[in-house]
Design a protein around this ligand. Structure first.
Ligand SMILES: [Zn+2]
Length: 266
């Protein structure tokens, strides 16, 4: 059930009461905040944007798909100035970040992910499926926000506070906890099953894999690998070598998971 909060405005600037109506799974985010610290900012005593108002209730802007005020679709920059009935809807799959929408008028020009350390194993899974994925466990919040903005990435994280950063325009709160289910969640959320390209990227560094002649790498192969495998790929960046024995089984597991995945509700 959607939650509805009525805010009484203690106002030096004539702002009338505002009703916020959160829909779908956004209600879970609000409940999370209420359980953790009981803080629900109750009053508007200054002019504020709808984005700031929503985030004051614990909901990151990245999770919001559309906003209506008194029935009209608005952008994040809309200023609450008068009595308003605000409806906030979650981003819902299929989300296409390559198309513009009122909340994100400048779409991305390509699908590229940036993975937070709290879902670090997801990075390898995404690369295994062939998706361009930036990841370094040493990156902290300021660096992640900077990279998300400059490299035009979708940030994947389980950190609510990080997803509120202004520089992070595209992001997704990862709800599944198992990496293989997280991969299925992301592929379903962004409708990317058609874009899966197994064995095209290096799981270690995100470099592009290219075929390499066995003769050229013989001295780098263990005896059993040399004996039983004949087709190899090599990372163009870090030179890591891949063959069927290293990847086929985990990739098959991931594909099976995708085919049986029961999508979350939003
Ligand atoms: Zn590599």
């Amino acid at each position: 059930m959607p939650l509805c909060y009525r805010q009484e405005v203690a106002t030096p600037v004539n702002i009338s009461p505002v009703t916020l109506h959160f829909h779908g799974w956004l209600t879970t985010l609000i409940q999370r905040v209420r359980r953790s610290n009981g803080l629900v900012t109750p009053a508007l005593n200054r002019r504020t944007s709808i984005k700031d108002l929503i985030e004051s209730f614990g909901v990151p802007h990245t999770e919001v798909g559309s906003i209506k005020i008194n029935g009209q679709t608005v952008s994040f920059a809309h200023i609450i100035e008068e009595e308003s009935a605000v409806e906030i809807f979650p981003s819902q799959p299929p989300v296409n970040v390559l198309n513009s929408c009122p909340l994100r008028p400048k779409p991305l020009d390509a699908i590229r992910f940036l993975v937070d350390a709290n879902v670090g194993k997801l990075a390898g899974k995404l690369r295994m499926a062939g998706f361009d994925t930036l990841y370094d466990p040493q990156w902290h919040d300021p660096q992640l926000a900077e990279i998300a903005e400059k490299s035009q990435c979708i940030l994947l994280s389980r950190d609510i506070q990080l997803l509120k950063w202004k520089k992070i325009e595209f992001g997704h709160f990862v709800r599944e906890t198992l990496p293989i289910k997280q991969l299925a969640e992301v592929i379903h959320f962004y409708d990317l099953s058609h874009a899966i390209r197994p064995f095209s990227r290096c799981m270690r560094c995100n470099g592009i894999l290219a075929p390499v002649q066995k003769l050229d790498i013989l001295d780098q192969l263990e005896p059993l690998t040399r004996k039983y495998y004949h087709t190899f790929l090599r990372c163009s960046a870090c030179r890591q070598i891949y063959w069927a024995g290293t990847h086929h089984e985990p990739m098959q597991k991931a594909l099976n998971e995708l085919s049986h995945y029961r999508p979350l509700s939003y």
